[in-house]
Ligand binder design. Structure first.
Ligand code: SF4
Length: 240
């Protein structure tokens, strides 16, 4: 991610970034995540959207209990687990979120006709571009800022992520309320608040993506080791 351009870098953003650098206790991190979401809702209003894969349940919970009517978009790649679609449906009725489902330009069947079946197994980068990155870019058009569940602890590719940063590819502000949270802190928040979790978690899915490209992980294994496990791919391209 790039530095926030001067004209977009307000005193409030500076203060949040300084606070994030000092927040080490769990309670401070929870308060900061809630405050940054409340600030984002007030500052950007209708020009703010959350991107959720329904595998970032604490983001949905915190947003839905901080301010009503957050705009949330969910990318339905056509390859999701039934449990993930059910999680989206559950959150639609549990919290005051405006969840809109975004689809790729083509169905899986049409993609199969153009590129052959199981493109995800032969060229996952192209499959992700068609089914995730292109619809994400279209969904973000017209917004000034977006919110994600990205954490530095997720992957080596995310260690320089910031609480508030500049998404230079899309020329917009990107807000990552949990950027400095550990896996244990995510689990603690979920347990303390009774957060509804994607049922796949009970089956060992620590990081949840499309069904053909996700497997459960064993105890002690890297949580993202179950994503594209048969290749060296580690990111779908939404956040890099
Ligand atoms: S995660 Fe797999 S199935 Fe989903 S879009 Fe990427 S390559 Fe295709």
């Amino acid at each position: 991610m790039s530095a926030i351009p001067t004209e977009n870098r307000t005193a409030e953003i500076e203060a949040f970034l300084a606070r994030e650098g000092e927040a080490t206790a769990y309670e401070e991190k929870v308060a900061l995540a809630r405050d940054v979401l409340a600030w984002a809702a007030t500052t950007y209003g209708e020009s703010l959207t959350i991107a959720s894969s329904m595998g970032d349940e604490i983001l949905l919970h915190l947003a839905g209990t901080t301010a009503p009517d957050f705009d949330v978009f969910f990318l339905d790649t056509g390859y999701h687990f039934a449990e993930t679609l059910g999680t989206r449906d559950a959150y639609e009725v549990m919290l005051p979120l405006r969840i809109r489902t975004v689809y790729p330009r083509e169905s899986v069947a049409r993609q199969d006709i153009r590129f052959g079946e199981r493109l995800h197994a032969r060229n996952p980068d192209l499959c992700c571009r068609l089914r995730k990155v292109a619809p994400l870019n279209a969904a973000l058009q017209g917004y000034a800022a977006w919110v994600t569940g990205v954490r530095r602890a997720d992957a080596a590719t995310r260690t320089d992520a910031q609480l508030i940063e500049w998404d230079a590819k899309r020329s917009m502000i990107k807000i990552n309320p949990f950027v400095g949270w550990s896996h244990d802190e995510v689990d603690r928040y979920a347990a303390e608040h009774g957060v509804f979790l994607n049922p796949l978690r009970e089956l060992g899915f620590a990081s949840i993506g499309c069904e053909p490209c996700t497997r459960p992980v064993g105890v002690g294994e890297d949580p993202r080791a179950g994503r594209w496990a048969n290749s060296d791919k580690v990111e779908c391209g939404l956040h890099i």
